[in-house]
Design a protein around this ligand. Structure first.
Ligand code: ATP
Ligand code: MG
Length: 509
């Protein structure tokens, strides 16, 4: 009996140990991409498609991990991505480091750490555009597209400011920002559009217009073609007159639909993509062209909400319900050329401020995709500031400060508690350590210097990656939202506590 107990204990210890090793492996693999001098990863999938990124969440999402605890680390970066959008590398790096540190009391230590972190928070006002830009720059610093942060940051800030009322709003719905990618040009050609941008072309095969001023826009979800039965039917037609009659009927039917549309004053028609067949027949296109109604088809189902919110129109499900009240208004609908084909812009919308579109340009798809992900991080950073109006200095300053205060607090505790809190405090040093290491600096001496400066009360002393020295990181304009760091801390602790509670892995069928 005793023996069995002993064996069981050994087994669960092994499992715990293995869990920690596996999770550490994931954390280590991503650690090299932390910070401005972190390396980017090129990921090749099974289909041989290549992706270059520095985004922690993206790297981990693409990584093939099998071990369940390793998967948990992937998930924690996903959670951070959903919660705040940035800091997805940090959260995994901290979790990995915590795992090696102590076991119990993590929660207690974390609670205290959060308090210390909060003490450090610097209030930020939403009118303080400069601070917003700095925060966005910090998040873009570590991206492949960092040299373009001067262009991308104002985009992110302006986009969020356009759609939020900083006085009232507690959060931002990023779905209200549509990012359109278009190949060609450079990142510098990025454009903020107060309206909508479509990458599909205007339907002009029948000679319809491609530019409309004072647009009255209808958004339809039904098809502009003769009705078809669900199953295939065969119609036997015996005489020529019958064929004639058949086409006449069809023409009459479509003509009636188009006339109804025209009567409402609609001069721009947006048609939702139909999965079954073409949403608009050639005949209908011809008729609409004669009526000088501009047509854009293949609007994705997922875009409908954005379109209707932006233009102030209501989606129309059937021709019977096509009424003027459902139309949206805009000053101009215009197709314009880019190096990579045409785009359609709808601008001067009647009720602006609810949504905004950003056109990203780039010379290849890899850079375009990474620019989109980076812009997403920057938008999330600004959103985090909307949610909680506090900033922290970056460059490892918060982690060292909290670590130092925790270590002090540990001294007041006794026995095991004291040891554990100390361990927690030391684990946090992984962030400045890694930032220094990735920048090719001597991590131990940098962290020591950092600790000394914080001991002397220099709360905002951080690693200046540009000069390779420890200094007031606020002077270097490296700031980040409090929410990003505090979320990384709480999610990392939560995950580690969970991993530590697992003492067995059972294969399921
Ligand atoms: N110029 C800078 N000098 C010093 N530290 C910087 C600078 N810019 C950013 N940092 C620091 O880099 C860290 C963030 O690195 P990085 O953006 O690679 O990881 P992440 O935000 O955790 O993950 P991801 O951006 O992939 O979601 C933060 O600690 C931040 O303070
Ligand atoms: Mg980042």
């Amino acid at each position: 009996m005793e023996k069995k107990n002993f064996q069981e204990k050994e087994k669960s210890k092994d499992v715990r140990l293995n869990n920690i090793i596996q999770a550490k492996a994931v954390a280590d693999s991503i650690r090299t991409s932390l910070g401005p001098k972190g390396m980017d990863k090129m990921i090749q999938d099974k289909k041989n498609e290549v992706l270059i990124t520095n985004d922690g969440a993206t790297i981990l999402a693409k990584m093939e991990v099998v071990h369940p605890t390793a998967k948990m680390l992937v998930d924690v970066s996903k959670s951070q991505d959903i919660e705040v959008g940035d800091g997805t590398t940090s959260v995994v790096v901290i979790a990995g480091s915590l795992l090696q540190a102590s076991q119990d009391l993590l929660n207690r230590a974390e609670k205290m750490a959060q308090k210390f972190l909060r003490d450090m928070g610097i209030d930020v006002n939403f009118n303080d555009r400069d601070s917003l830009l700095k925060s966005s720059n910090t998040s873009l610093n570590s991206k492949v597209v960092s040299q373009h942060s001067e262009i991308l940051s104002p985009m992110a800030v302006d986009a969020i400011l356009k759609i939020t009322d900083p006085e009232k709003d507690k959060t931002v719905d990023l779905n209200d920002i549509k990012i359109v990618k278009k190949l060609g040009g450079t990142l510098e050609d990025v454009e903020l559009v107060d309206g909508i941008v479509f990458t599909q072309r205007v339907m002009r095969s029948a000679g319809g217009p491609s530019r409309i001023e004072n647009a009255k826009i209808g958004l339809i979800q039904f098809q502009l073609s003769s009705p078809k039965t669900d199953a295939t039917h065969e119609i036997g037609i015996k005489e020529y007159q019958a064929i004639d009659r058949f086409f006449k009927e069809e023409r009459k039917y479509i003509l009636q639909m188009c006339a109804k549309i025209q009567k409402t004053g609609c001069n721009v028609l947006l048609i939702q993509k139909s999965i079954l067949r073409d949403a608009i027949s050639d005949l209908a296109l011809q008729i609409l062209a004669k009526m000088k109604i501009l047509v854009i088809k293949d609007i994705e189902r997922s875009e409908i909400e954005f379109v209707s919110k932006t233009l102030g129109c209501l989606p129309i499900a059937s021709i019977e319900s096509f009424v003027p009240e459902k139309l949206g208004h805009a000053k101009l609908v215009e197709e314009s050329s880019t190096a990579d084909g045409k785009i359609v812009k709808i601008t001067g919308v009647a009720n602006p401020g609810k949504t905004v579109s950003i056109i990203l340009r780039g010379s290849n798809n890899l850079i375009l995709d990474e620019a989109e992900r980076s812009l997403h991080d920057a938008l999330c950073v600004i959103r985090s500031i909307v949610k909680e109006r506090k900033l922290l200095p970056g460059g490892g300053a918060p982690e060292i400060e909290v670590s130092m205060k925790l270590a002090n607090w540990a001294k007041e505790q006794s026995g095991v508690e004291s040891v554990c809190i100390r361990a927690y405090a030391e684990a946090l040093e992984i962030i400045p350590y890694t930032l220094a290491e990735n920048a090719g600096l001597h991590p131990i001496s940098i962290v020591t210097e950092l600790r000394n400066k914080h001991l002397q009360g220099q709360t905002s002393a951080g690693i200046n990656i540009r000069t390779g020295q420890v200094g007031d990181i606020l002077e270097e304009n490296v700031v980040q939202p409090l929410l990003v760091t505090s979320s990384a801390l709480s999610l990392a602790t939560e995950t580690v506590v969970m991993i530590l509670k697992i003492d067995d892995i059972i294969g399921a069928r």
